[in-house]
Design a protein around this ligand. Structure first.
Ligand code: URA
Length: 237
């Protein structure tokens, strides 16, 4: 008999994170053996209890973790209202997986896909300061003074944003810059450069949480055990 807390059972079923699972319980959407559960301390016997969410049976799944080197021309959602191809379409699995965070349609590089909501939350929550390293091509040479502005912070949509590190020139060319960001606001890198009057011509995420896109564009691999435990050790509380 394996007893696990109701929120852990839900998150291990790939529904959502443990924290959001608690909300589902409190909303009265979860039943165990036909009875609505409202006690967050409730433990499920995963061998025999029948758990339903909104009337649909759920059961814990094995967690899956993939690293994709995203090509251009894909969206990072699970389905797209315009019917464009998504990053999920590239991964061969029958399990329901989703991308961790987002990359723009025209951005290439490292993106993780998983069915583990807690792992995804760990990587995307701003309080964990997870580093994302981008190689950026801009429309004109970067000025030294603008590098300093990026490091001290510039305002995008009224909120200050910073790069943790700015390295340039790359390839002996001041239009090629490597930046490290620790936040994932939408279009963050493009908006940071835009705030100082630069246009981003291409954007490639070299690594996410220290995990490098070390495979050819368009290909994916399974994350190694030590990469998963490294993320949990480095960014878990
Ligand atoms: N910042 C952007 O502007 N776009 C991305 O795809 C990722 C970070």
């Amino acid at each position: 008999m394996t007893q696990i807390r109701i929120n852990k059972f839900l998150s291990e079923s790939g529904i959502t994170s443990r924290r959001k699972s608690e909300e589902l319980v409190l909303q009265g959407r979860v039943t165990v053996n036909g009875k609505v559960i409202s006690d967050l301390a409730f433990k499920v016997d995963s061998d025999k209890d029948k758990v339903f969410l909104d009337g649909e049976k759920i059961s814990p799944k094995k967690h899956l973790y993939f690293l994709l080197n995203k090509p251009k021309g894909l969206v990072t959602t699970t389905n797209d209202e315009k019917n464009r191809k998504t990053v999920v379409d590239l991964i061969q699995t029958k399990e329901k997986i989703f991308p961790v965070g987002r990359l723009d349609y025209d951005t290439t590089g490292a993106i993780i896909l998983t069915n583990d909501g807690d792992f995804s939350n760990l990587l995307t929550h701003p309080k964990h300061n997870v580093p994302r390293i981008y190689e950026v091509k801009i429309d004109r040479p970067l000025l030294e003074e603008d590098k300093e502005k990026f490091l001290h912070g510039v305002f995008i949509k009224g909120l200050k944003g910073k790069f943790k590190q700015v390295i340039f020139p790359l390839k002996n060319n001041r239009k090629y810059v490597s930046v490290t960001a620790v936040e994932g606001r939408n279009h963050f890198v493009k908006n940071m450069f835009g705030a100082l009057g630069y246009t981003v011509l291409s954007l490639n995420r070299k690594s996410f949480a220290g995990i490098e896109a070390d495979i050819p564009i368009g290909q994916y691999r399974v994350l190694r055990k030590e990469e998963i435990s490294g993320v949990i050790e480095n960014y878990g509380q």
